[in-house]
Design a protein around this ligand. Structure first.
Ligand SMILES: Cc1cc2nc3c(=O)[nH]c(=O)nc-3n(C[C@H](O)[C@H](O)[C@H](O)COP(=O)(O)OP(=O)(O)OC[C@H]3O[C@@H](n4cnc5c(N)ncnc54)[C@H](O)[C@@H]3O)c2cc1C
Length: 383
């Protein structure tokens, strides 16, 4: 059989490999000049540093199958994500932990004292929080909320926290120990040769033809089935409207030596227009001392326009209604499956992306073994 995979990101690559290994012909198209999707990494020509072109990516997972899968396609070097943040003109450590709390309030509290101290700060007048802001005030009180959550959220989402649902902040976003590892997962790392090399290796199997600079919409060939990892609204020509996304603008900074001394520095205050600065040689500590120059990116978040790269799905009430309508349209299509972060309009970390693509692969393999080949429009519920 002959298949098309639209999109050469992680989702598309995993699916394409499965199809090819089952003995079928696969055309992978991507409108970009490279494979890797938003995980794409490349050597910066001026400094030699490996840069994550669409924003920094740290691989982390608790899923044994996913971890074993990626190991086959690249060497993952240990990397622990430790984030710093500027708030109120001072540098703090994130996620907010015992060091942050003690430094912020000028105290030397132990975990129990800090817990009681923060509990006393919490706004107990809020019983049923109706917004992100009320939920945060109820959990951490005004000072920590104003310093670390309010401005950053407004810049990242372009929405006032009073208008965001309380459900976004489910758990207390504080730690009462000195653990400043951003992720809780047991496996965490960054591939030595970058993510694009990993994805090239996934795609490097007989039966796969990769076509870059090629939009799915311009293909005139026919296929037995299409796996579409592009934006679901785009597949339908935005017929009933556009799903809202946030996009990012990156302002490049090149400097001699070091710029900020760490990989990620968040800027929480609203009067600073960017959300963070990332210094990319720090994402490769095993080689960072090889470079005399450094390259960083200031990251600005804004609402995505028609010609912008869609980064983060907004998913507020109106988007969910529109998404439901696109899902209904998709379910009427024949011989196409939608997957990945754009195909299902969800924020997915890389490990979840791979997990879902491996699940889809299991379904595909079973379909090949059955007497009538049939695949679902969605392998997971996009809602
Ligand atoms: C700023 C940022 C930082 C992130 N950091 C992390 C992190 O630290 N750790 C982590 O685990 N995850 C991170 N992620 C998530 C990660 O980027 C995703 O999990 C991953 O990219 C999803 O892969 P995908 O294949 O579904 O989508 P994508 O990577 O977006 O790939 C889709 C591909 O399809 C192509 N395409 C779309 N439409 C068409 C079309 N019509 N025709 C042809 N080609 C088309 C696109 O060009 C793209 O290459 C981050 C995401 C963002 C936005």
């Amino acid at each position: 059989m002959r298949f098309c995979v639209a999109g050469a990101g992680l989702s598309g690559a995993v699916i394409a490999r499965t199809l090819a290994q089952c003995g079928h012909d696969v055309i992978v198209v991507d409108e970009r000049s490279h494979v890797g999707g938003n995980c794409h990494t490349e050597r910066d020509p001026e400094t030699g540093v490996m840069v994550h072109r669409y924003g920094p990516h740290i691989f982390h997972t608790a899923d044994e199958r996913v971890w074993q899968y990626v190991q086959r396609f690249g060497t993952f070097r240990p990397y622990t994500n430790r984030v710093k943040a500027v708030a109120g003109g001072r540098v703090h450590v994130l996620p907010v932990n015992l060091l942050t709390i003690n430094q912020f309030f000028g105290k030397t509290m132990d975990p129990g004292e800090a817990r009681a101290f923060v509990a006393a700060k919490a706004d107990r007048s809020i019983v049923e929080p109706r917004s992100f802001e009320e939920q945060a005030l109820k959990m951490v009180g005004s000072e920590l909320y104003q310093a670390f959550f309010r401005g950053y959220t407004r810049k990242q989402w372009g929405i006032d926290p009073t208008e965001l649902p309380a459900s976004i902040l489910k758990r207390l976003p504080l730690r009462f120990d000195y653990d400043d590892n951003y992720f809780n997962h047991p496996y965490q790392g960054i591939p030595e040769d970058g993510y694009t090399s990993v994805i090239q290796n996934i795609l490097n199997v007989d039966g796969i033809e990769v076509r870059n600079n090629c939009s799915f919409e311009f293909l005139s060939e026919t296929f037995d089935h299409v796996f579409y990892t592009g934006p679901i609204d785009r597949y339908f020509g935005f017929r009933i409207g556009r799903l809202a996304y946030r996009t990012l603008d990156f302002e490049r900074i090149v400097a001699d030596g070091d710029f900020q001394g760490t990989a990620v520095m968040n800027y929480c205050d609203e009067d600073v227009p960017y959300t963070r600065i990332t210094e990319h040689k720090y994402f490769a500590p095993w080689e960072k001392d090889n470079f005399s120059k450094t390259v960083c990116f200031r990251e600005y978040s804004r609402s995505a326009g028609e010609n912008d790269i869609p980064y983060y799905p907004v998913r507020l009430v109106n988007d969910r209604i529109l998404l439901d309508n696109y899902i209904s349209m998709a379910r009427k299509e024949k011989n196409v499956s939608f997957l990945g972060r754009l195909g299902t309009y969800r924020y997915l970390d890389m490990d979840v992306t791979i997990k879902e693509a491996l699940h889809a692969s299991d379904v595909i393999e079973r379909a090949f073994q059955s007497s009538s080949f049939s695949l679902p429009v969605f392998f997971v519920d996009p809602n």
